[in-house]
Structure formats: C-alpha cells, structure tokens
Design a binder for this molecule. Structure first.
Ligand SMILES: Nc1ncnc2c1ncn2[C@@H]1O[C@H](COP(=O)(O)OP(=O)(O)OP(=O)(O)O)[C@@H](O)[C@H]1O
Ligand SMILES: [Mg+2]
Length: 284
C-alpha cells in the first residue's frame, strides 16, 4: 500500500508530504492553552505526543476539555499559547483545509450533512480529493461494510432515516474513507447500545492494530489515533496509552496497566468507577 500523503499548498505549488517522520511522532501538542474571550481557560498547558501507529485515548469527565483539544488539533480553534505540530510541522503552517483532509475526524454527534445520502456523506473527502468515481463507490461500500451497515440497505438513506448509533457509524466510515494518517475520534461509540458497542470496540481494536501493523510493514507508516471517551473500560481496552484530562489539564499519561494503580486523584476516581462496575457484576 502506498504511503498516505497530505498535500500542502505553498506559494501556488502543491507539495506532497508523507506522514513518515524521522522522530516517529505524528502529532504533538506543546504547552497548548486555549482561552475563551472572557479569559477562562478550557485547555491549559497541554503537552501530548502521539507516535505513528499509536492509539492514545483522551479520557476525562464531561467538560474536561476533550472535544476542545480535538478542535485545536484540527485547527477549528487556534491556541492562545503553545504550538501544535502535525507530521513535523506547526499546525499553523498547514493550509487548514488541506490539514483537515489529512485528518479523519469523527465528530461527537456524527455531524453528517442532513440532506445528503449516507453514500454521499461517506464519499466526502475522496470526492474533494477527486478520486475516480468507481474507486469512490468501491471505497464507500467497503467502509459501510466495515462499520456494519450493509450498503444495499443504508447507502441511499438520509441521516434522519437512521438511528443515533447508525449515524455514528456513518461518521466513523466517513472519517476512514480517504485513509488519513491521523484520526481524531470523539466518543465515536457513545450512542450505541452495549452489545453493538462491544462489537465495534472489538472490531476497532483489531482494525487499529491491522492499520498500524500492515501499513507499518508496507511503508513504515501507521495510523495515529486520538480516541476520546469518558468510559474507563473503553479507554483500557482500546488505548496503547491513556492521557487523562481534568479541568483542561493533562493530569497523567499512562500505559493501561499502570492506570488502575495510579495514586493521582482523578485516575483513582476513574479506577473506582471501574471497580464499582466489577462489584455490580459480581453482585448479580
Ligand atoms: N464556546 C464556548 N463557550 C463557553 N464555554 C465553552 C465553549 N466551548 C466549550 N465550553 C466549555 O468548555 C468546557 C470543555 O468543553 P469540551 O466540549 O471540551 O468538554 P468535553 O471534555 O468534550 O466534555 P463531554 O465529555 O461532555 O463531551 C466545558 O465546560 C464547556 O461547557
Ligand atoms: Mg466532548
């Protein structure tokens, strides 16, 4: 498989750049702070590194700044302080449109275009990148099958004709469609019933590892994924690392095995919720 490229328009010339980096780092937030005009900081002094082929889970309570962090990475928001590096370059030096095409983004509530069919929504970035029509059709079919939405049944529906969980799955298919080197996923399985959620978590884990390994073998390039959740089980299951946010600050960065044993108060609060779930299981 050829390496995924992000195209950068500079001075009228379109340069292409693979996400293959000498330091193996796909994404870095360095001292990133974002404040509202009122002065309230939603994200403060955030330092986060995501290596190529790595899945980092951003875990935190509701309102801790997870979505804000993803918006900063995707340049939907600009930091007041600090710098974000994408594929070795400052985010601010990328053309924002080109940057977003290189980053698959699963928005928290799917964010589909309501008047477009499922097929057209999933085809969005390949269309923008002017893939040939037959390749787009094949890719959309492949992606819908991957997320468990048989194309014959779902491709021509509008988002309003889907359940919340089905819309989320279309959002995942759309983010994966153009095979971007970086994926930002904001609670992509939040609206799913527990059975489907567990199925998709298993599939996603296998997929993330396949994407990391197979592409790595072919081109030394793996997909780098930032996966947002407030579900500690999901974080432990999917993350190679867990970055814990509290009130806009990174309070810890753990391997899954370390997380449940951390003495940090917020990590302990999440660990307690995990153990409570286990106690409840044992009680029934
Ligand atoms: N434009 C805004 N104006 C004022 N407050 C905002 C704005 N955007 C976000 N916030 C606040 O910033 C904080 C962080 O929001 P963010 O959406 O990043 O949280 P989150 O961790 O994604 O939460 P959730 O798990 O509920 O999705 C919240 O308290 C939110 O109310
Ligand atoms: Mg959020």
């Amino acid at each position: 498989m050829p390496p995924t490229v992000i195209r950068v328009k500079k001075g009228g010339k379109v340069a292409t750049m693979t996400a293959v980096l000498q330091d193996g780092c796909a994404l870095e937030c360095r001292g990133v702070t974002y404040r509202l005009p009122s002065g309230t900081a939603l994200v403060s002094g955030l330092n986060l590194i995501v290596a190529q082929g790595e899945t980092v889970v951003l875990l935190g309570r509701s309102g801790s700044g997870k979505t804000t962090t993803l918006k900063l990475i995707n340049r939907l928001l600009e930091p007041n302080e600090g710098e974000i590096f994408i594929s070795g370059r400052t985010a601010s030096s990328w053309d924002p449109i080109q940057l977003r095409r290189g980053i698959g983004y699963v928005i928290q509530d799917a964010g589909l275009f309501p008047h477009w069919s499922v097929e057209k929504n999933v085809a969005l970035v390949p269309q923008l990148d002017r893939w040939p029509e037959d390749r787009i059709r094949a890719r959309v079919k492949e992606m819908l099958e991957l997320v468990g939405l048989p194309p014959a049944e779902f491709a021509s529906r509008r988002p309003s004709e889907l359940s919340g969980g089905q819309r989320q799955r279309v959002g995942v298919a759309r983010a994966l469609a153009a095979d971007p080197p970086i994926l930002l996923m904001d609670e992509p399985f939040g609206a799913l019933d527990p059975v489907t959620r567990a199925e998709l978590q298993r599939e996603f884990r296998a997929l993330a590892s396949r994407l990391g390994k197979s592409i790595a073998l072919a081109s030394r390039l793996g997909k780098s994924i930032v996966f947002v959740t407030h579900d500690v089980r999901e974080a432990l299951f999917l993350g190679a690392r867990i970055a814990l946010l509290a009130a806009g600050r990174l309070v810890g960065d753990y391997a899954p095995k370390e997380f449940l044993h951390s003495a940090e108060p917020e990590a302990r609060a999440f660990a307690a919720s995990f153990h409570l779930g286990r106690d409840l299981e044992e009680a029934v």
